[in-house]
Structures are given as structure tokens and as C-alpha cells.
Design a protein around this ligand. Structure first.
Ligand code: 5RP
Length: 225
């Protein structure tokens, strides 16, 4: 089984988590792309789903597939949001933001009655920080000052592509903060939010209700206690 097969399997399994009809949060990333494809097929077959996209990439994909979308302004009564993750620990806390969409993802996640996370089993770890850094979206204004404050919490590296700072959909920058093992993700999230200039972190603490983990053995359904 390839990684893409696993991502597709997790995405397909997420269809079983959806109501017959309703408002669905559409996450961002390569795993969620498979899920949005599946929602597009369901809509084409007559299911009445309306989406709330978490990025311009997900919006473009959903629009191309004919999935009706709600306006960005909210508020939304989202039945289920389905999204990916970069790391999932034993408590089902998450690191997200590998695709730089964590701010919109967290806003949409917060407006959903249930949050379903779809991953392949390479994303599992006993403790956050084992495999991934913490992506932090910051305002471009004074970002070097924000960086200096973040450096008290880890080693912040400005995310760049082709020599230029990567910009989020909101036009902000991302620092990937290498923190090592994170004993208390909620405390780290609070400490990062205390720094002016920080827009949002990729720490999702107690924000996953169900995690669907795909591997060669099939799809496991983990439920947050
Ligand atoms: C984007 C995210 C993604 O959900 C996360 O990076 C996982 O992506 P992928 O499914 O491509 O591994 O948080 O901001």
C-alpha cells in the first residue's frame, strides 16, 4: 500500500462520518484533497452538502467539483469538519499547518459540532514534537521582533520557498518553531498566543473528536475519550 493509497482510504472512511446532508468543513492538504474529491462525487450523485473551505486551494478544488460553498464571513453551523494533520499524539492532540492553513483550519474546526481527522499511520507519535515542528502564523509587521520572542520557546525558522518567505492565504508569514518534545501542548499554545504578532499556531489541543488512521491493515477509528 502506498502513502497515497492510505490517504485515500482514510478519506473514503470519512464519508461514513458525514450526515445524510449538511454543512461540511473542508480541510486542506493532500489527504483532504481525496476527501474533497469524494464529497464532490457524493454531491454529483445528489447528496446535499455545502462546504466551508479552509484554504484557497480547497476552495478552488471544491468549486471545480461543483460543491456549493458558504461565504467566508461566517458564522456557520458546521455539522462535521474533516481535515488532515501532520502529527497526532496518544491523546489525539494535533500539530497542523504543514500546508500553512492552520489559522483558517482552526477557525473552521472551532465552528464544527464534530471534527474528524484523516491521516496515514506515519503521522502517529506518542508525544507532539517527536516528528514535527510547530507552524506559527505571524504578521509580517515586526516579524523579526515576533521571531525573537518565539525563540524563547524554541528555534523559529522562517518558512521559505525559492528564497522568498512563504505567504499564507491571509498574506502572513510562517515560522516553523522547533520545540523538541512538547510536554504540555496547551501551555505552549497559550505561551505562543501571548506574543503580539502571533496570529495562530498549529497546535490543536482537544480539537479532534475522531481520528481515522489508515495503514496496510485497514482504517482504525480512534475516538477522543
Ligand atoms: C495544512 C494542514 C494539513 O492538514 C496537514 O499539513 C496534513 O497535510 P497532508 O494531508 O498533505 O499530509 O494542516 O495546513
Amino acid at each position: 500500500m502506498t502513502i497515497d493509497d492510505a490517504k485515500r482510504a482514510a478519506a473514503r472512511a470519512a464519508l461514513d462520518e458525514l450526515p445524510e446532508s449538511g454543512i461540511i468543513g473542508l480541510g486542506t492538504g493532500s489527504t483532504t484533497r481525496f476527501f474533497i474529491d469524494a464529497v464532490g462525487e457524493a454531491v454529483a450523485q445528489g447528496r446535499r452538502y455545502t462546504g466551508v473551505p479552509t484554504s484557497e486551494a480547497s476552495r478552488a478544488q471544491a468549486t471545480a467539483l461543483g460543491i456549493p460553498l458558504l461565504p467566508d464571513d461566517g458564522p456557520w453551523d458546521i455539522d462535521v469538519c474533516v481535515d488532515g494533520a501532520d502529527e497526532v499524539d496518544d491523546r489525539l492532540d494535533l500539530i497542523k499547518g504543514g500546508g500553512g492553513a492552520q489559522t483558517r483550519e482552526k477557525i473552521v474546526n472551532y465552528s464544527a459540532v464534530r471534527n474528524v481527522i484523516i491521516v496515514d499511520d506515519s503521522k502517529l507519535s506518542p508525544r507532539l514534537g517527536t516528528k514535527w515542528h510547530v507552524p506559527v502564523e505571524v504578521l509580517p509587521f515586526a516579524h523579526l521582533a515576533t521571531r525573537a520572542h518565539l525563540a524563547r520557546l524554541g528555534d523559529p525558522i522562517l518558512r521559505q520557498k525559492d528564497g522568498a518567505a512563504v505567504k499564507t492565504d491571509a498574506g502572513n508569514y510562517i515560522y516553523d518553531v522547533r520545540c523538541g518534545l512538547i510536554p504540555d501542548p496547551a501551555a505552549l499554545d497559550r505561551a505562543m498566543h501571548d506574543i503580539p504578532g502571533v496570529v495562530e499556531t498549529g497546535l490543536f489541543v482537544r480539537r479532534a473528536d475522531v481520528v481515522l488512521v489508515a495503514s496496510a491493515a485497514g482504517v482504525r477509528r480512534l475516538v477522543r475519550p
